[in-house]
Design a binder for this molecule. Structure first.
Ligand code: SF4
Length: 248
């Protein structure tokens, strides 16, 4: 009997090896995983992103535009946008022609608002001004939405620390997805630079976040890769416009 053994010839596997597709996501999933899951899971439903064209919104538009054939982005125009913000909207629309940018606004003109509620409502009742010009118009938009996509991040403020990547929005009664929830501003800034994403030049002039002209100020020493709510509603306790419900 021979001690030599003969290795059986290995036959190549015949079964087709399919690539593994991540079907499920969690809070720990990356923004891209969450976006790809969202586009698959809610295909055919009314998925709409809203933005005021902050740096987070721009990065998110780029990520989604890269993966979706068509996509709808709604912005609530308060009629008090900086000219830089309007120019940024135009640059984004040019860069992403398959993304539909839809303007929505209160029918109440600034002049009619002043006539009805007094001049400079943002000074004596900013909550009412935000409700008229942002919160209620957003409610109208949400009537036709199943999934609301936002650029919210947990580290943006104490009030936003409870933001989940996927959560139910009780105010507008829609599913809200915030793929950047776990990112910090430095990571967003890095993404914007790496992908040459258009962004608001005001971020480089001391505006960590950009809202209405009447209620946004530059913050001394603010760095472009560092976010804060400073500079919004300067001199008031208000830090949020109310779009994102309780405290956010
Ligand atoms: S941010 Fe200021 S101007 Fe803009 S809607 Fe709110 S209160 Fe009015």
């Amino acid at each position: 009997m021979s001690l030599n053994t003969v290795e059986p010839e290995l036959t190549p596997p015949t079964a087709e090896v399919k690539p593994i597709v991540t079907e499920k996501v969690s809070e720990d999933s990356s923004p891209v995983e969450l976006i790809e899951w969202m586009l698959r899971r809610f295909a055919g439903q009314r998925v709409v992103m809203t933005t005021a064209f902050g740096m987070e919104g721009c990065a998110l538009i780029d990520m989604i535009a890269e993966r979706a054939d068509r996509f709808k982005v709604v912005y609530i125009d308060t009629d008090f946008f900086f000219s830089e913000t309007l120019a940024l909207r135009d640059r984004l629309a040019e860069r992403y022609p398959h993304v539909e940018f839809v303007r929505h606004a209160t029918p109440l003109t600034p002049e009619a608002q002043a006539e009805r509620f007094g001049a400079e409502l943002w000074k004596h009742d900013p909550d009412l001004c935000c409700r008229i010009r942002k919160v209620d118009p957003m409610g109208e938009v949400m009537q036709d939405v199943d999934v609301w996509v936002t650029g919210l991040r947990r580290s943006q403020s104490a009030a936003r620390a409870s933001v989940r990547a996927v959560m139910w929005d009780w105010q507008y009664e829609v599913l809200k997805i915030s793929p950047l929830a776990s990112w910090d501003r430095a990571t967003v800034w890095q993404y914007v630079q790496d992908h040459n994403v258009p962004y608001n030049p005001l971020h480089e002039r001391g505006y960590p976040s950009v809202g209405c002209t009447h209620c946004t100020r530059a913050v001394e020493g603010a760095a472009v890769d560092s976010y804060s709510r400073e500079g919004r509603w300067n001199g008031k306790l208000k830090l949020e416009c109310g779009l994102h419900g309780e405290g956010i």
